[in-house]
Design a protein around this ligand. Sequence first.
Ligand SMILES: C[S@@+](CC[C@H](N)C(=O)[O-])C[C@H]1O[C@@H](n2cnc3c(N)ncnc32)[C@H](O)[C@@H]1O
Length: 206
Amino acid sequence: MTKTPEDHGKRFDEIAAEYDDEESPEYRACADLVIEHADPKHVETVLDIGTGTGAIALALADDAGVVLGRDVSEGMLEQGREKAADREVTNVDFREGRFRKPNVDTEVHIVTSNFAMHHLSDEEKREAIDVIAELGARKFVLGDVMFFGEPDPDEPFYSPEVDDPATVGMLTDALTDAGFSVTAVEPVHEQVGVLVAERSREDGAE
Ligand SMILES: C[S@@+](CC[C@H](N)C(=O)[O-])C[C@H]1O[C@@H](n2cnc3c(N)ncnc32)[C@H](O)[C@@H]1O
């Protein structure tokens, strides 16, 4: 059964202090691709949803104007704030926010999300993508567990008790229905990849 955002928040609170200690090569490759494709301009605002301890948000801080890191786990957010302070990064705003209610009251140019959206059911993912589209961002870069082939619950990239990854087809349909064009598909593994979705020129993209 899919968990609520509060369930996920509590779960990640418990592992927040150790979260950064282990990363798989696939996670690292996915995160690097999200960072590379986000490629913000210095004046732009980036919203990173499911920001966790800030792997993406902090990596983009130098290149962006402002980065808004949003998450349901206060424990993960606190780790992100501590990392920002250690690195003397001052333009990342770590705050509570969720996919379907990102807690943003400013213009957003780019939205990123890495290894987080698979916690939502497919219906919730569609709602989240609609919310992201309504923010008016020119680009959404989604790195996540996603199925390029047949789902295999025996594979290590997700736990069926707490995770609900989508197929690449479902995500592409939802992004297209929300008015984005998928401009890049980057498979990292059969069950991990990055999708880049951009607004067409008629929608105001540069
Ligand atoms: C596996 S971590 C990934 C963190 C980070 N993006 C990274 O690349 O390291 C997943 C994060 O998603 C957050 N999360 C889960 N459900 C969420 C939701 N509905 N809205 C926002 N964040 C959520 C969790 O609290 C957790 O911090």
